[in-house]
Design a protein around this ligand. Sequence first.
Ligand code: SAH
Length: 271
Amino acid sequence: MVKSDTSTDASNIYMIKEDDYVLLYIDEKRKHIFRVRAGYRFSGDKGFVDHEKLLGVAYGTKITLSSGVKAYVLNPTTEDMVFKLFKRPTQVIYPKDIGRIILKLDIGPGKRILEAGVGSGVSTAFLAKYVAPEGKIYGYEIREDFAEMAMRNISLLGLEKYVEIKIKDISEGVDEKDLDAALIDLPDPWRILDVLYNALRPGAPVVFFLPTMNQVIKLFDELSSSTKWIAVEIEEILERIYETKKNAIRPRVRMIGHTGYIVSTRKILNM
Ligand code: SAH
């Protein structure tokens, strides 16, 4: 592989550089993410490769490990990075739910979003990715250790400039005003409805993520009897992932049966 020496060469953006994260795809079960650094070596049960051999190579290239086994270098997606590299001391929101939540909250560049709690920062990372390059996530997290871990996680993606985490119980109030939307992932959201109301712009969508139906019913009763919220919806996303063995394509035997319910609503003016 010839290494280009002109930084203006458009093809350079597809080339692996020092400090890039790469995903080394060996097979379905062996997908390794690591940072490329001269002098280091990737080593696994199928052999090793020196990082030096990857520098200047284009993403998508086939390489050969020391054992002769083939592997491919790919650029990891945000999902790959989050679920392989993030430390997760709390329950987190999973991809099937995050996808739906992004649409419900109408997340896009420039939006200013409220989040509570932040936990491991998994949902925060995806929100941050889609509000970039001008928006911001204002996260409230009661536990300092979780807030620090979340920020460290989010920094792995270089998204820290789009996130501000406050170590604070959200029921004590939100400092920001006229926020565009809110994602609330904590056990007792009915306690913070007034705080939430005051922090949002009129019409703003809110999503609550709740693991049990008992919580959903309690929240639903509060929202549907209030003059401050409208369009309350409850949904649950079911996902079925398939085995992709040649000549044996079928659903996996084991499924994740339950993650949480997505309850959404919109703020209305109650003058
Ligand atoms: N959505 C996150 C996980 C959140 S876990 C993710 O995908 O990674 C729920 C978090 O809410 C916990 O970290 C907990 O400490 C925090 N929390 C609970 N009550 C809170 C409150 N009143 N104010 C702020 N954070 C709270």
